[in-house]
Design a protein around this ligand. Structure first.
Ligand code: DOR
Ligand code: ZN
Length: 348
């Protein structure tokens, strides 16, 4: 039995670190495990211009532990009004790595997102021309569409058309949550890649809703069936280049998670690589962890892989249930907090 594994340092291709006190509290957990991360722009207000992204990057850098070599990669929050010239300028200046689509009202802090897909065509054309990646929260929020079908319907109604309309544009379908999503990515690779979260690999909707309502398992896209989870586990552990690590770690103040109108998001950064290691071990695929976590992502984004390594050992530990955030009574729940975590990062 393998009890120790060393891999190239992983990157997180989908991460929320927020701002202010929350940013300060959560940033060290990611910096500890990952070389780089794509930072999502759904702040309040969102990161919509190059200027916003430069300012946000500075706040992120200030929240890093002293001596950290972690590199944040910034994204542009797409709106109906996004200016293709500013997007191009930000990309060419090395400020933006990608543009992120949030369909309006699809998820947390997406109210300023895209309301009419026809309005974003000039931006997509420009991105295709300059080789800039397009990241998508791939859900169709038409109220007629059942919440469990939102991902499949987004593919059917939008993404399958865009891949033909923009053959040279590189897409990432974020936080794959369904068999349809995993299958679509495989069928359109390498044009489309897909990130997979630790919690979509571990949980089913029965875990979330079957034994009492677990608000801290509530996320968008929602956790689906055991069949979907099996397809995602097979995809992630296959080593195929189109699937890569994106935690979607998304911390919230506990009061927002436990409210009568609870907010979606799972804060998993404190146990992220450890949870992926558990899944890969269960699937007999620890030898594929490095491809998924550290190689496939940089290839998709045409960046170099990290040269340093991290080592994990089979050495059980228990994270706290929550972390303290500066401010009166502020705290955030940790995914798998209080549980026994099998793998531990022993050097990074
Ligand atoms: O569950 C989610 N939380 N899904 C998202 O797409 C956004 C995220 C957040 O920002 O909290
Ligand atoms: Zn996200």
């Amino acid at each position: 039995m393998t009890t120790r594994i060393t891999i190239r340092k992983p990157d997180d291709w989908h991460l929320h670190v927020r701002d202010g006190a929350m940013l300060k509290a959560v940033m060290p957990f990611t910096a500890r495990q990952f070389g780089r991360a794509i930072l999502m722009p759904n702040l309040v207000p969102p990161v919509v211009t190059t200027k916003d992204a430069i300012a946000y990057r500075e706040r992120v850098m200030a929240a890093l532990p002293a001596g950290s070599t972690f590199k944040p990669l910034m994204t542009c929050y797409l709106t109906d009004e996004t200016d293709p010239d500013d997007v191009e300028h930000g990309f060419k200046e090395g400020v933006f790595t990608a543009v992120k689509l949030y369909p309006a009202h699809a998820t947390t802090y997406s109210a300023a997102g895209v309301t009419d897909h026809r309005k974003i065509m000039p931006v997509l054309e420009r991105m295709e021309k300059i080789g800039m990646p397009f990241l998508m929260h791939g859900e169709d929020v038409d109220p007629e569409v059942d919440i469990f079908d939102r991902e499949a319907m987004f593919i059917e109604r939008y993404l399958s058309k865009w891949t033909r309309q923009f053959p040279a544009l590189r897409f990432t379908l974020e936080h794959l949550s369904s068999k349809e999503g995993a299958d679509f990515v495989r069928s359109t690779a390498p044009q489309v890649g897909g990130t997979i979260t630790p919690y979509h690999l571990v949980l089913t909707r029965t875990d979330w809703l079957g034994w009492g309502l677990k608000p801290y398992m509530y996320c968008m896209p929602v956790i689906k069936t055991a069949k979907d989870r099996a397809a995602l586990r097979k995809a992630a552990t296959s080593g195929e280049a189109c699937y890569f690590l994106g935690t979607d770690s998304a911390p919230h103040p506990v009061a927002k998670k436990l409210s009568v109108n609870g907010i979606p998001g799972v804060f998993n950064a404190p146990v992220a690589i450890e949870t992926y290691a558990k899944v890969f071990e269960e699937e007999g695929a620890l030898d594929k962890l490095e491809d998924f976590a550290s190689v496939n992502g940089p290839r998709h984004y045409r960046l170099s892989v990290n040269e340093t390594t991290i080592t994990l050992e089979k050495s059980p530990w228990t994270p706290p249930q929550e972390i303290k955030v500066e401010g009166p009574d502020e705290k955030a729940l940790i995914y798998r907090g209080g549980e026994t975590i099998e793998w531990k990062v022993v050097s990074s």
